[in-house]
Design a protein around this ligand. Structure first.
Ligand SMILES: *Cc1c(COP(=O)(O)O)cnc(C)c1O
Length: 445
């Protein structure tokens, strides 16, 4: 009873003062589709609420947890950093954690990337990539290259520049008056009444856009291999290679936003590794601190970096930076996260689980009302028939109902998303599958 009173009190206080991100507060305050969960601790792949009930964190605390909660190596690294200093700046000073984090990232990054620019969230790192690209061409004297090419259904974050290259209407359309124009190339989304477009069609679609805008394109920005927020849309093998070749042929830059796909999410360290591609700019976030602390990075080639060199008074340097850019606690968590990847051979350990998840996907696919199950590695989308069982939001209902079985999920529109920590075990995959299947079967009742 002690606990219950505590929960009720906290949730009531939450409802009085908080405004939650991406949340209809009328529903939240009205306990729709259910009362809020209040998480007080975590352990491995599990979250614990105020009543002591445990939940499998199958959303990886918004796609960012990689090695589980309270991992001893990452915990120790953050504590050790805390005992030295919590924050100092990278503006005019440096510190060991930032240097080590940059080195650790470059060690695993595709060859040719050479410079790490830190921010604290994915959207900010995208803004930096856009500024880098625009300014790179200005400094080269090609001042007409001001246009960005993005993909339909793209998601690159919620700040104004990132939204300008975004393509998801429900997230982006309302902010039209604030945005700069960009042009869009076709996504791999299934076409109404048709199939999924093939690699050659998609590459040809990109080429048409580049051809039409020839010398005006500053950069092409894509989420390589999987568009996450679009509902886990998967691109065919060879697409990223095709876009890389087009960028070379048309003499423009390729920015790959791996905020979601990076750090093992698709089964490779980075999604571009599937096609053996090095982008000119790689954008990282989410998993880079193991899901511990806010940190992101915009990683560029030496060629791009060097274009910004000159005497200070020439003003060629990159005019961008945040107060907490490269924060030591976050950087220490990043270094430890990369250490764990190596020590625990995370990518090799994932392989049998990727197979297990594929088996689980086939099981879910057979259920009535499931339109499509797709994914790559540990990034999986289960698309439900809209309005299924006369439920206007069936995927949200599924995510609510799996809580009874001890699983936390979050949907994207009609898509139930599986995004477990890379450390998920076989028995946890079974729990996730059974809980999801049971919830989907229960729709309409
Ligand atoms: C989540 C995400 C972002 C934004 O990252 P934030 O840290 O939420 O700002 C950008 N790009 C992609 C592909 C993402 O999935």
């Amino acid at each position: 009873m002690q606990h219950r009173a505590h929960t009720t009190d906290l949730v009531a206080r939450d409802k009085a003062v908080l405004w939650h991100p991406f949340t209809q507060m009328q529903d939240w305050i009205g306990d729709v589709p259910g009362p809020p969960l209040c998480i007080v601790s975590g352990e491995g792949n599990w979250l614990v609420d105020t009543t002591g009930k445990r939940y499998l964190d199958a959303v990886s605390s918004l796609w960012c947890n990689t090695h589980g909660h309270r991992h001893p190596v990452i915990d120790a690294a953050v504590r050790a950093q805390l005992d030295r200093i919590a924050h100092t700046t990278l503006l005019g000073l440096t510190h060991p954690a930032a240097v080590e984090a940059a080195e650790a990232i470059l060690e695993v990054a595709p060859p040719g990337l050479a410079r790490v620019f830190f921010s604290e969230n994915g959207a900010a790192a995208v803004e930096v990539a856009l500024k880098m690209a625009l300014r790179y061409w200005q400094l080269r004297g090609e001042t007409d290259r001001t246009l960005f090419v993005s993909l339909e259904d793209a998601y690159h974050g919620d700040t104004i520049g990132a939204v300008s290259v975004g393509g998801i209407d429900v997230f982006h359309a309302a902010f039209g008056p604030l945005l700069f124009p960009s042009v869009q190339a076709p996504t791999a989304r299934r076409r109404p009444g048709g199939g999924v477009p093939g690699r050659d069609d998609l590459v040809a679609g990109m080429e048409r856009v580049l051809e039409a805008n020839a010398d005006r394109v500053a950069a092409v920005i894509i989420e390589p291999v999987v568009q996450g927020a679009a509902g886990i849309q998967c691109f065919p093998d060879g697409y990223v290679r095709g876009v890389r070749d087009l960028c070379d042929a048309y003499g423009t830059l390729l920015v790959c936003d791996e905020v979601a796909t990076g750090f093992g999410r698709t089964g490779e360290m980075f999604a571009v590794n599937h096609d053996g591609v090095t982008p000119d700019v790689l954008v990282l976030g989410k998993g880079m601190t193991g899901g511990y602390l806010p940190l992101s990075a915009t990683v560029a080639t030496e060629d791009i970096h060097d274009m910004f060199l000159g005497a200070t008074q020439e003003g060629r340097h990159l005019f961008h930076g945040h107060t907490y850019s490269g924060n030591p606690l976050a950087a220490a968590a990043c270094v430890a996260t990369m250490e764990v990847f190596e020590k625990e051979a995370t990518l090799a350990q994932m392989r049998p689980r990727v197979e297990a998840l594929r088996g689980a996907m086939r099981e879910i696919e057979m259920l009535p009302g499931v339109v499509d199950v797709r994914g790559r590695g540990y990034m999986i989308g289960i698309e439900l028939e809209p309005g299924m069982g006369r439920d206007p939001l069936p995927a949200r209902t599924v995510c609510q109902r799996v809580r009874d079985a001890g699983v936390v999920l979050r949907n994207l529109g009609d898509v139930v998303v599986w995004m477990p920590p890379l450390s998920i075990t076989d028995s946890e995959v079974d729990l996730l599958t059974t809980a999801t299947a049971t919830a989907i079967r229960s729709l309409g009742s």
